[in-house]
Design a protein around this ligand. Structure first.
Ligand code: ADP
Ligand code: MG
Length: 439
């Protein structure tokens, strides 16, 4: 699935690059293949050394812009000689189906006073799963690094204990799998899948609220693993006792091990994170700009990254050098947008109302056009109007993974360009979401 979607995304990127650089397109862009597309980098395979060298010297900019426009991310582009299938990777998926974001490692995590305890406990657990803090419960507001740390534990535990069985999933996926298992009458399969692992990692357990039957199932899963000395790692946006309508017996179990809070990062940590993110993507950034971003964006690390992306996008699109003035102009719009608080639930409410579909349909496996289109529109709007990650957006819409969300966003944004009706519809929906009182 991921591989086909990568091909489609790559085809979109090449098409976009052709329109950005028509002069070189005919001779050089035809025989390119995608070697890999991970977190921050796109590897493009060229037919021979001459082509690779030419593209590297002359077309890097147009491909960087195209990749940025299509994926919404800053992506470092690299041309080498190679053919399709030689090194294709996306989010890493091993035999057990574990999907991890390649950037979310301990090496790429900046430690500061706001996350020191959470980081140290994650490292400890990765070194000795089941034997230190069990369960480990990490909590903090959105965009402060919970998912990143959870992935890092899995990478490290997997590296250290190659045969260990790890299940990592968002709570939404857990709930959806559970519901599907009940529908198919395959509860036993579901239970054995989760009760036989060495480490179970569930991200965003606040999604268990008001899901009584899932809480009951999770309680039994928890007990089975805990009693066998298996590691459980959980994250949430608040401490166990503050998750609305979470059963008391779950609250008490979540408190048995270590509960570690992540706070918003200090100024120094924010500067270090911006530099780290720039470095991962192969971008150079001056101290002055890093400090400017860190002063402007304070509460959420995802927004910090977004700020960096925006600045580079403006710089590549306008072909200008990045200086303080450009950074200020680029960020003005973004800071205004983040002042509004729009939730995915607001978006889903407006979209389901407009199309007269049910949320359950959007979250289902149905692929008919009448369901696919509103689902993809929700993803597109959530991507553009909120700071949620692709994974979180996918989580709200039936546990879909980030490549699916990315693909949906590209599709809708292309449709918006091609079809004035779609463009009007998106404008109307956006207005309803951002100014509900005026409708
Ligand atoms: P959460 O799950 O808490 O909402 P994420 O783990 O998705 O947040 O983090 C949002 C973004 O911020 C990710 O790109 C992540 O890599 C980055 N991030 C968060 N904390 C740090 C950190 N301490 N060092 C580097 N990157 C970080
Ligand atoms: Mg998260």
């Amino acid at each position: 699935m991921a591989s086909q979607e990568i091909e489609e995304i790559f085809a979109d990127i090449v098409d976009r690059a052709k329109t950005l650089d028509p002069a070189n397109a005919r001779k050089w862009f035809e025989k390119l293949t995608v070697l890999h597309l991970d977190g921050g980098s796109l590897g493009i395979g060229c037919p021979d050394e001459t082509a690779a060298q030419f593209l590297q010297d002359n077309c890097k900019n147009s491909f960087t812009r195209a990749a940025q426009q299509i994926t919404g991310h800053l992506i470092a582009v690299d041309f080498t000689v190679g053919a399709r299938g030689t090194q294709q990777t996306d989010v890493r998926r091993d035999q057990s189906g574990l999907r991890l974001h390649p950037d979310y490692t301990f090496d790429n995590f900046v430690v500061g006073p706001s996350n020191r305890l959470a980081h140290a406990s994650c490292v400890a657990v990765s070194q000795s799963p089941g034997n230190t803090y069990n369960p480990l419960f990490v909590y903090g507001s959105s965009g402060l690094g919970k998912t990143h740390l959870l992935h890092a534990v899995c990478f490290e535990a997997r590296r250290k204990f190659q045969n260990t069985l790890i299940q990592f999933l968002s709570c939404e996926e857990f709930v959806n799998k559970f519901i599907r298992a009940i529908e198919k009458g395959n509860l036993v399969g579901f239970q054995s899948q989760f009760r036989s692992v060495d480490t179970l990692v569930i991200d965003d357990v606040q999604f268990l609220r008001e899901r009584e039957q899932s809480q009951e199932e999770f309680f039994h899963t928890f007990n089975a693993l805990y009693n066998n000395g298996k590691q459980i790692i959980l994250s949430a946006d608040s401490p166990p006792g503050k998750i609305p309508s979470l059963e008391a017996r779950l609250i008490s179990r979540f408190n048995w091990g270590l509960v570690a809070r992540i706070d918003p990062p200090s100024y120094e940590t924010r500067v270090a994170i911006i530099k780290k993110k720039a470095h991962i993507r192969g971008l150079s950034i001056s101290d002055e700009i890093a400090e400017y971003i860190a002063r402007k964006v304070q509460a959420n690390i995802r927004e910090l990254e977004g700020a960096l992306t925006t600045i580079y996008a403006v710089a590549t699109t306008t072909g200008s050098e990045i200086d303080l003035e450009l950074a200020q102009t680029a960020l003005e719009g973004q800071i205004k947008a983040s002042a509004r608080h729009i939730s995915i639930t607001d978006i889903i409410g407006v979209v389901t109302g407009h199309f007269d579909v049910r949320l359950a349909d959007l979250q289902s496996k149905k692929r008919s056009q009448s369901i696919m289109e509103p689902r993809q529109i929700c993803m597109y709007l959530a991507r553009n109007l909120t700071n949620h990650s692709l994974e979180e957006i996918g989580g709200h819409l039936g546990g879909r993974d980030h490549t699916t969300v990315m693909h949906a966003c590209n599709k809708i944004s292309q449709a918006k360009e091609d079809d004035p009706k779609m463009s009007r519809l998106l404008n109307d929906l956006t207005k309803q979401i951002t100014h509900p009182s005026q409708i």
